[in-house]
Write a protein that binds this ligand. Structure first.
Ligand SMILES: C[S@@+](CC[C@H](N)C(=O)[O-])C[C@H]1O[C@@H](n2cnc3c(N)ncnc32)[C@H](O)[C@@H]1O
Length: 272
């Protein structure tokens, strides 16, 4: 990363726990250039002063970096890691306790792709397991009503489904050629619901087996991030899992309340 971007990288890492070095540099320069022009700044140094004076500018910068986009199976390796270990462990634990319900929360679900991805992942895991499957309940929450309306409609364009393998596409989505959209089918919709919730107000419900809150905490200042992680800790069942985005890291105050399960995929377990 070029030296003129280094102070911005450090600031974003320190203040939001977000690492821009995961993005290609020409891309960051181009998008950052848009914010510099909008704020009338001549250089990155001046722009750092704007971020200090107006923390709301963080949101504009993060939006300009277009990290508010989402799609089905975003970071597919994270879902593979979940399927391979934590989900199996969770299902074994449930079976041992004769518990028949799995509860999953997609916090900051945007237009819903992550919630439906979780539904598809659970169906695929459960169809390979012997015995009666537990009921799976998935809640997607977001601040943005427009995004939630799209989530409920469950209709998506090609870029949203590009990372989904063709077999899953055919199994769980219905292609409407006349409109050029993919509609989530009944099977993947089963057990999935959406609701508005502001994460600053804490978790809307408790007893989650798994919480995904990916690419959301970057919008929060460090002290709010710690508050959020304490909320997640309280809202998870003992041994429950938390997943955050791949460019994100837990705030320092949260490191003793979560154990690292998979550092690369940002998968954590609620510490006792
Ligand atoms: C980049 S999207 C993440 C979508 C999905 N989790 C993913 O990783 O693909 C970030 C979402 O966080 C939501 N968000 C930001 N602040 C929030 C808050 N305080 N409460 C709830 N949602 C929030 C935004 O509305 C946006 O839809």
């Amino acid at each position: 990363m070029a030296s003129d971007l280094a102070p911005l990288r450090e600031k974003l890492l320190r203040e939001r726990g977000f690492d821009i070095s995961h993005y290609r540099e020409p891309y960051v320069q181009r998008r950052l250039g848009m914010r510099l022009a909008a704020m009338g700044c001549r250089g990155v140094g001046e722009y750092l002063g704007v971020l200090d004076r107006d923390p709301g500018e963080y949101r504009c910068l993060l939006d300009a970096l277009a990290i508010n986009v989402t799609h089905f199976f975003r970071n597919p390796e994270t879902f593979r890691a979940l399927e391979g270990g934590p989900i199996v462990e969770m299902l074994e634990r449930k079976r041992a306790r004769d518990s028949r319900l799995v509860r999953i929360w997609s916090a900051g679900c945007a237009s819903g792709e992550e919630a439906y991805t979780l539904s598809i992942m659970m169906r695929e895991v459960l169809r390979d397991r012997p015995g009666p499957p537990p009921q799976v309940s998935i809640l997607g929450t977001d601040l943005d009503e427009g995004a939630l309306a799209q989530a409920r409609a469950g209709e998506y364009k090609e870029p949203q489904v590009k990372e989904m393998d063709p077999v899953r596409r055919a199994r769980y989505l219905v292609y409407d050629g006349s409109r050029g959209i993919y509609r989530v089918g009944d099977v993947a919709r089963q057990g999935v619901r959406f609701q508005r919730a502001d994460l600053h107000l804490g978790p809307p419900y408790t007893h989650w087996d798994l919480i995904l809150c990916r690419n959301v905490i970057i919008y929060f200042p460090k002290d709010s991030q710690e508050h959020l992680f304490r909320g997640f800790h309280g809202a998870l069942v003992p041994g429950g899992y938390l997943v955050i985005g791949k460019s994100e890291s837990p705030p320092p105050g949260a490191r003793d309340i979560f154990e690292v399960v998979d550092a690369e995929e940002r998968i954590y377990r609620r510490a006792p």
